[in-house]
Write a protein that binds this ligand. Structure first.
Ligand code: NAD
Length: 488
């Protein structure tokens, strides 16, 4: 059974309740997981509070904390195979994408933030002869880290690493559909010998464990990754205790293929960007905008390639798309096919369960054409292996369509003309744009969304804007005049 990790101990829920976690390839239970509620969250927050208020962690030099973080990174690398197996069984993400992508990146998150935390400095503002004013960053307190089920291990480490590097303590609440790799992270952190209470983990559902964490008065920070609707609810629920929020939310990201693009590379990028990670990816380029004079050719090539995508057992190294996370999510994705039909779009490839995979949550890679940008299939995040294709006439129309949506997380532009690409990129209302590339991350850069895709940026030194508090210290250098109230 998987338990909570509170104050350096693995413990069951106070009320003994558990839930099953399912293998998406079979929908059979893998194991039971402790189901946390307000009492468990309170215990975890109190442990984190004590570690912050009375412990050494927030007072340590960043170099010293960095040693712990590097040890965590090394243990992740050492246990990479075990973590990969858990993650595959729990999420259905294909082994090639877990082993080459998510796990090395998780270790890198710890190495990177261990290093960059030592480079965080304040600023100095000299008022000649009068004042030396300077800023100092200090840890904030207890952070609640709430994560989704897509690439769970990578996202949990993406939050825990900067949080711990900054000197905060935390309570992680992982998604209920993918709790296993978070349990492994807690074991690794225990082995890395972090002081008790610095990192705590409470499993459970959003409405119980998650909501209690958000409402807890002793938690100052909430870093949340998940759906936009959940983010809005969390902000409402955290208002009474005035939390600071970092919100990484949904997306319906445009990929723009201009007629002058290198078509081979553009297709490679566009296809990988939406069908990798089973299409369950916040930065998926799930809305493909193609210039009219190459539209027919692009669609013909896409049809052929999408039909050939290898869907199947996520443990098979040749598999490109595995099962969706959960039967409920499968139904949601399948529901969008009915919507596509009602909207008179054309499902030209896929749209349902593959005939040879009767068990599990498999959903065929799907291509939808005859789409207008105002249709629901073009505006809403489907979060599955589903690509909609929309034609455009010229660059102005491409930009208008790209921005005509409530989301603004990522965008991808394919063109051989850098100036044209840059002009569109600079007009796009999103947090991230790639020109002639799929999503290749540089951890030094700010990551996050605009519009309904998020609030704030994490990554590089930007993470410390969230995880630290800034104090401005004003030091008088001489005897500047002070009004003499009450002096006779
Ligand atoms: P979700 O919003 O359903 O759940 C995310 C987490 O929030 C889970 O741990 C859940 O238990 C918890 N939660 C739910 N209700 C809560 C509440 N009332 N209070 C506190 N916690 C609560 O999201 P999901 O379905 O797990 O993940 C998919 C979504 O995440 C997609 O929309 C995707 O785009 C988004 N996402 C965004 C990014 C990004 O960086 N912008 C990255 C990955 C995923």
């Amino acid at each position: 059974m998987v338990q909570h990790f509170i104050d350096n101990k693995f413990v069951p829920s106070a009320d003994g309740k558990t839930f099953d976690t399912l293998n998406p390839s079979t929908n059979k239970a893998i194991t039971q997981v402790a189901s946390g509620n307000a009492a468990d969250v309170d215990r975890a927050v109190k442990a984190a509070r004590k570690a912050f208020d009375e412990g050494h962690w927030p007072k340590m030099a960043a170099q010293e904390r960095g040693k712990y973080l590097r040890r965590i990174g090394e243990l992740i690398e050492k246990r990479a195979d075990e973590i990969a197996e858990l993650e595959i069984d729990d999420t259905g993400i294909p082994i090639s994408q877990i082993k080459k992508g998510a796990i090395p990146r998780a270790a890198e998150n710890f190495y990177f933030f261990a290093d960059i935390a030592t480079k965080i400095t304040g600023e100095e503002f000299l008022v000649e002869g009068k004042f030396r004013n300077y800023t100092k960053r200090r840890p904030v307190g207890v952070a609640g880290l709430i994560t989704p089920w897509n690439t769970p291990f990578m996202l949990e480490t993406w939050k825990a690493a900067p949080c711990l590097a900054a000197g905060d303590t935390c309570v992680l609440k992982p998604a209920e559909w993918s709790p296993l790799s978070a349990d492994k992270l807690a074991h690794i952190i225990q082995e890395a010998d972090l002081p008790p209470g610095v990192f705590n983990l409470v499993h459970g559902f959003g409405e119980t464990a998650g909501a209690s964490l958000v409402a807890h008065p002793q938690v100052q920070l909430i870093s949340f990754t998940g759906e936009t609707t959940t983010g809005k609810e969390i902000i409402r629920n955290g208002a009474a205790t005035l939390k600071r929020f970092s919100m990484e939310l949904g997306g319906k990201n445009p990929t723009i293929i201009l007629a002058d693009a290198n078509m081979e590379r553009a297709l490679d990028g566009a296809i990988f960007q939406v069908y990798s990670l089973n299409g369950e990816r916040c930065t998926a380029g799930s809305r493909l905008l193609v210039q009219k004079n190459v539209y027919d050719d692009v669609v013909r090539k896409l049809e052929e390639r999408v039909r050939n995508i290898r869907i199947g057992d996520p443990r098979d190294p040749a598999t490109e798309v595995g099962p969706l996370i959960h039967p409920e999510h499968w139904k949601r994705v399948r529901g969008y096919m009915d919507i596509a039909n009602e909207e008179r779009a054309s499902i030209v490839v896929g749209g349902d369960r593959p005939k040879n995979l009767s068990e599990g949550n498999y959903f065929s890679p799907t291509l939808i054409t005859n789409v207008r940008n105002d249709m629901r299939v073009a505006q809403e995040e489907i979060f599955g292996p589903v690509l909609v294709v929309i034609p455009f006439q010229d660059d102005d129309e491409a930009l208008r369509l790209a921005n005509d949506i409530e989301y603004g997380l990522a965008a991808y532009i394919w063109t051989e003309n850098q100036n044209r690409g840059k002009k569109i990129a600079e007009g796009i209302e999103s947090g991230l744009v790639w020109i002639n590339s799929h999503n290749v991350r540089d951890l030094r850069t700010p990551f996050g969304g605009s519009k309904n895709s998020g609030i704030g940026r994490e990554g590089g030194h930007y993470s410390f804007d969230f995880y630290t508090e800034l104090t401005t210290i004003h030091v008088a250098l001489g005897s500047h005049p002070i009004p003499k109230f009450g002096k006779t």
